[in-house]
Design a protein around this ligand. Structure first.
Ligand SMILES: Nc1ncnc2c1ncn2[C@@H]1O[C@H](COP(=O)(O)OP(=O)(O)OP(=O)(O)O)[C@@H](O)[C@H]1O
Ligand SMILES: [Mg+2]
Length: 196
């Protein structure tokens, strides 16, 4: 059993899981990867380790690298409505570029979208998932795309409008990315047994 130090704390016995993720990401996306586990079992830590140490190398990974990765931890966001959800993850392209110059890891947590599209999405004239799909289609032409969502249960009970449930639409989008289009890996982490 290997004991490593990660972020200054012991990181024990995760070789198998790490290799599992690395192998998974080397294959063509076929289905969503669900990661369940009791609270504090180490789900977030292992996936963050994989992203940081195995997927993103040195250099300009946010621009070139082998992988295009978005890692969204919903616990770290205050999300009370569809609007706050949008504002937490979608930023105008110009703001994205400026911020990433000072804070590289910002690029992991948000999607840059043209201002025009952003306004239309906010006004519900354009579909968020269509815009994201186009973005991922474009990125996945050059490198392997990976979308990781931690604490997915926080999307429960949010609505895009009175007829559209955010969580349902989001999961449909993930199925399309993986099973249908084979465009992007999707990893969803939760300790919530509702999702089993
Ligand atoms: N392999 C490991 N060896 C030792 N400590 C670990 C390991 N993995 C995680 N930890 C520690 O255990 C604690 C819980 O880990 P983490 O937050 O990753 O769990 P989690 O499953 O994501 O929990 P939650 O369900 O609350 O999101 C953290 O303090 C973390 O540093
Ligand atoms: Mg966690």
């Amino acid at each position: 059993m290997k004991i490593e130090t990660y972020r200054g704390a012991p990181f024990v016995d995760r070789e198998e899981e790490i290799e599992f993720f690395v192998d998974w990401f080397s294959e063509v996306p076929q289905r969503i990867l669900w990661v369940y586990g009791p609270k504090s079992s180490g789900k977030t830590t292992v996936i963050e380790y994989v992203v940081e140490k195995r997927l993103l190398g040195e250099g300009n990974w946010w621009e070139e690298g082998k992988f295009w990765v978005k890692y969204i931890n919903l616990r770290r966001k205050l999300i009370s409505s569809y609007k706050t959800f949008l504002h937490a993850f979608i930023v105008p392209e110009d703001v994205y570029k400026e911020t990433v110059e000072n804070n590289k890891s910002f690029s992991l947590r948000v999607f840059p979208i043209e201002r025009k599209n952003l306004k239309e999405i906010e006004a519900r004239e354009k579909d968020l998932f269509e815009v994201l799909m186009e973005k991922i289609e474009e990125e996945s032409r050059h490198r392997r795309a990976i979308l990781i969502i931690d604490e997915i249960q926080k999307l429960q009970d949010l609505y895009i409008n009175s007829e559209r449930e955010l969580l349902k639409e989001f999961l449909n989008f993930c199925v399309s990315l993986t099973k249908e289009k084979h465009l992007c890996h999707v990893v969803i982490l939760t300790s919530n047994t509702v999702f089993r």
